[in-house]
Design a protein around this ligand. Structure first.
Ligand code: NAP
Length: 243
């Protein structure tokens, strides 16, 4: 059991990549607190895995604080935070609604900021912690039709590096996973043009990637095996970034 007794919060855990991470971490013995806004799906996953479920909007201060407080009240510690919840509201720049731009930035960037701020208070006292931010290779390359999403993920990568610099002296590692195109409900709604723009760039030839591919990397970043890594961004993308 690679995560025995490690209290772990995973946001956006009701489905997709978050759910795959929850399943992998449960199998490795983690004490799980799963957060999502989709109550039905969240309870189903949490019941199956014996995890604590918290229905919360992590982009809201009260929601973020409730999730972290629940972890500490339930298990008495907090070692790992996976900031995975994210949304898209894709449109070409000239058609993108400012309120949609704001919403994407709020969930994808303000959410991890609020969650990390709450979690860091607990981790700093323990002088140990692992924070894993789910960004995207698109946050490093940009993509037509995804201005809000790419801005949020590029911002999350910068936030990861700043947090790594601030928190490293307290034993807290902060890293990011940058998935490529992974098969989840989020990518079901991508336009043909966006999918075509990805297709030719997956140099490993397997397309799309699976949530489990990302979960394996999350496990590595949560384990002591990665203790000398901080401020890193690890692409899990079949080679999309360099193609
Ligand atoms: P997904 O299938 O859409 O799942 C995301 C989950 O997060 C959903 O259950 C969603 O609930 C929840 N959520 C949304 N807003 C929330 C909020 N404010 N507070 C709490 N939970 C919230 O997405 P995914 O594909 O698994 O993606 C997971 C992460 O990986 C995201 O950050 C995404 O940007 C990133 N990523 C994904 C891909 C990919 O190809 N799939 C590629 C690169 C990066 P609702 O369903 O109710 O909205």
């Amino acid at each position: 059991m690679k995560l025995a007794g490690k209290t772990t919060i995973i946001t956006g855990a009701a489905r997709g990549i978050g759910r795959a991470i929850a399943e992998k971490f449960a199998a490795e013995g983690a004490n799980l607190v799963l957060a999502d806004i989709d109550e039905g799906a969240l309870n189903e996953v949490a019941n199956k895995l014996g995890a604590k479920a918290v229905v919360a909007d992590v982009s809201d201060e009260k929601g973020a604080s409730k999730v972290v407080a629940t972890a500490v009240e339930t298990y008495g510690s907090l070692e790992i935070l996976v900031n995975n919840a994210g949304i898209t509201r894709d449109a070409l720049l000239i058609r993108m609604k400012p309120e949609d731009f704001d919403k994407v930035l709020k969930v994808n960037l303000r959410g991890p900021f609020l969650m990390s701020k709450e979690a860091a208070r607990v981790m700093m006292k323990a002088r140990y912690g692992k924070i894993i931010n789910m960004s995207s290779v698109i946050g490093m390359r940009g993509n037509a039709g995804q201005a809000s999403y790419t801005a949020s993920k590029g911002g999350l990568i910068a936030l990861t590096m700043s947090m790594a610099k601030e928190l490293g002296a307290r034993g807290i590692r902060v890293n990011s996973i940058a998935p490529g195109y992974i098969e989840t409900e989020m990518t079901v709604n991508l336009s043909e043009e966006v999918i075509d723009s990805f297709l030719n760039r997956v140099i490993l030839g397997r397309f799309p990637g699976k949530p489990e591919d990302v979960a394996e990397t999350a496990l590595f970043l949560a384990m002591p095996a990665s203790d000398y890594i901080t401020g890193a961004v690890i692409p899990v993308d079949g080679g999309m970034l360099i193609a």
